[in-house]
Design a protein around this ligand. Sequence first.
Ligand SMILES: Cc1cc2nc3c(=O)[nH]c(=O)nc-3n(C[C@H](O)[C@H](O)[C@H](O)COP(=O)(O)OP(=O)(O)OC[C@H]3O[C@@H](n4cnc5c(N)ncnc54)[C@H](O)[C@@H]3O)c2cc1C
Length: 289
Amino acid sequence: MYDLLVIGGGPAGLSAALNARRRNKRVLLAAKETISSKLRPAGRIENYPGLPGVSGPELAERFREHAVATGVEIRKEDVLNLQRGKDGFFVMGKNESYEAAAVILATGSPQKALLPGETRLAGRGVSYCATCDGMFFRDRDVMVISQLPAGEEEAAFLAGICRKVYYLPEYKGEYNLPPGVELVSGKALRLEGDEQLERVVTTAGEYDLSGVFIERAGLPPEQLCPGLVTVDEAIQVDRRMATNIPGLFAAGDCTGRPWQIAKAVGEGQVAALSAVQYLAEQERANKPG
Ligand SMILES: Cc1cc2nc3c(=O)[nH]c(=O)nc-3n(C[C@H](O)[C@H](O)[C@H](O)COP(=O)(O)OP(=O)(O)OC[C@H]3O[C@@H](n4cnc5c(N)ncnc54)[C@H](O)[C@@H]3O)c2cc1C
C-alpha cells in the first residue's frame, strides 16, 4: 500500500508528489500523459517566478525530473474510479488497481458538460476504456471520440476486434491511425438510444453504432469519486486543500480559478503537507493503547 497516491501529472500533481516525498512518504503519481495537455501547447510562460520565457514542455520536464530525482514513482495510468474503504483508498486504473492511505486529486481543469445522453447510456454502449470493454464489441461498429492523441491507441486496439472503427478527434494535429480506422471530421453532438446506444449524432452526420469510447483529458470529479462535493464543476476544498472526504485532497486547476501554474504548484504543496499531517493523525489514532 502507498502512503499517498497523486492523480495527475501536471504542475499541481508533480509539486504535491515531490513535497510528500521530501517528507519521506511512499508516493505514487498516476498520470494519464507524460506531459500535461495544458503545458504541451504553452509556448512562452512569462509569469512563473524565476524562469521568464520558459516553454510549457520545458517547464513540465523540469518539474518531472525534479520529482523523479526526489524518488517519486511515476506510472502512466488513467484512473477511472476511487473509493474510500476502512484503511484507505482503493483506486482503479485502466491498467492496474492500487491502494493508498491518502489521495491527492490534481486532475486539471474541471470537465464541462458531458455529451447529451452520455450519463444515461454509460455502461450501455458508452465506455471510457477500450482495453476493459473492447471485447464486448467484437465484430460490431464503434466510434472513438477523443480529446487526446492517446485515443489513437484506443482506436488501433479496437481495430483488431471490431468490424468498423470511426475516429472523431477533438484536438488538432497529425492523426496516426491504422488502415481501416475512418477519420470523422466533425463535432459530436449527442448520443442516442433507448436501452442501449444506437447512434452518435455529429455535425458530419449520424452513425449507427453499438459502442462509443470516450477519451477525455479527465473525468468529471464526481464521476471519478462518487460523493465528492463540487461547486460550479470545481472540487470544493478548504484552506488545507481537504475535500469533503477524509484523506482525499485536491490541488490545481481542478479546485477552480485562477487556472495558473504558480497557483497549481502552491496548492500541490499545501495538499501534500496536509496529507502528511493526515497520515500522522491516522497513525496515532491506530496505535494500540
Ligand atoms: C495554451 C495554454 C497556455 C497557458 N499559459 C499559461 C501561462 O503562461 N501561465 C500560467 O500560469 N498558466 C498558463 N496556462 C495554464 C496552466 O497550464 C494550468 O493552470 C496548469 O497546467 C494547471 O496545472 P494542473 O496540474 O492543475 O493541471 P494540468 O496541467 O491540466 O494537469 C492535469 C493532468 O492530470 C491528468 N489527469 C486528469 N485526469 C486523470 C485521471 N483520471 N488519471 C490520470 N491522470 C489524469 C491530465 O491528463 C493532465 O495531464 C496555460 C494553459 C494553456 C492551455
